[in-house]
Design a binder for this molecule. Structure first.
Ligand code: G3P
Ligand code: MG
Length: 241
C-alpha cells in the first residue's frame, strides 16, 4: 500500500509547512506531496493557494509578494496555537530537510493564469540540479500541461505525472506528449474501466485526496498504486485491523 502525505501530514500540522513535512518523516510515510510557486523575487515557495489569505495571518497574491514579505507571515496560527510562528517554507528548505531521509517528494508545480511558467520550471529545475537530488526521490506533477513539458525539457530523467480532477477523453495524447509516468486524479471521478485501461498502458495511478481508507478500499484491486491523503495514519491503522 503506497501512501503520500498530502501537503505533508496536513491533518496533524498546518499544510505545506516544515512541521507537516517533519511529521510525515517521523511517521514514516514514504512520500510527501507539496505545492510550489514563485515569490515575486523568483524564489520557489511552498504554498497551495494563489493567495496567502487562507493559510496565513496576511493577505495578498503569492506571486506578487517577495520572499521576505511571505516569510513575515504566520503560517501556523490558522491551524492551531501550537503552530504559532510557522513560516511559509522555501522549496529549498524542504528539499534540504528531505534529502537526508528516505522519503520521496511529489513536487506539484502550481500555476495560475498569467504566471510565468517557464521561469517557475527553470528555477525549480536549477534548484534540484544544485542540490544533486537522486531522480528516484522525486516526481513532478501539475494540472498544467505546459509546466510538465517545460520541466521535462530541463530534467528529463525525473518522472512526471499529469493531474486531472476528472481524467479527460483525450488523456492518452497528453500523457504521451509529456512522456508521463503516472496519472493523478480525484478519486471521486475515477472509474474502474479507466483505471484498468491506464494500467494496461503502463501508467501508475495516484488518487487524491481520500481521507478515509474505506472510501477507496476497492481501488487497490483496480490497480491504483497510491493514495495521496491528509490522513496517512488512518491507512496504517486500517492495515493493522
Ligand atoms: O497532488 C494531488 C493534489 O495536491 C492536487 O490537488 O489542489 O490539493 O493541489 P491540490
Ligand atoms: Mg497539490
Amino acid at each position: 500500500m503506497k501512501i503520500t502525505a498530502h501537503r505533508g501530514l496536513s491533518s496533524q500540522a498546518p499544510e505545506n509547512t516544515m512541521s507537516a513535512f517533519l511529521k510525515a518523516i517521523e511517521f514514516g510515510v514514504p512520500w510527501i506531496e507539496l505545492d510550489t510557486q514563485l515569490s515575486s523575487d523568483g524564489i520557489p515557495v511552498v504554498i497551495h493557494d494563489q493567495t496567502v489569505n487562507r493559510c496565513t495571518n496576511g493577505s495578498g497574491i503569492v506571486t506578487q509578494m517577495s520572499l521576505a514579505d511571505l516569510q513575515s507571515l504566520d503560517a501556523g496560527l490558522w491551524f492551531s496555537d501550537t503552530f504559532r510562528g510557522e513560516k511559509i517554507p522555501t522549496l529549498e528548505s524542504v528539499l534540504s530537510l528531505t534529502k537526508n531521509h528516505s522519503i520521496a517528494i511529489n513536487i506539484e508545480l502550481k500555476t495560475s493564469p498569467g504566471d510565468d511558467v517557464p521561469t517557475l520550471c527553470e528555477t525549480v529545475a536549477q534548484l534540484i540540479i544544485d542540490k544533486q537530488f537522486n531522480p528516484e526521490q522525486l516526481l513532478f506533477s501539475s494540472f498544467d500541461t505546459r509546466a510538465l513539458i517545460e520541466i521535462k525539457r530541463h530534467l528529463p530523467t525525473i518522472r512526471r505525472g499529469h493531474l486531472w480532477q476528472e481524467i479527460p477523453e483525450d488523456a492518452e495524447a497528453t500523457l504521451h506528449e509529456i512522456d508521463a509516468f503516472s496519472v493523478h486524479c480525484d478519486y471521486r471521478f475515477l472509474t474502474k474501466p479507466q483505471a484498468r485501461r491506464l494500467k494496461a498502458q503502463g501508467y501508475e495511478i495516484y488518487c487524491y485526496t481520500p481521507n478515509f481508507p474505506a472510501l477507496v478500499k476497492s481501488y487497490w484491486n483496480w490497480g491504483v498504486d497510491m493514495m495521496i491523503t491528509d490522513t496517512p495514519q488512518s491507512y496504517l491503522e486500517a492495515k493493522q485491523d
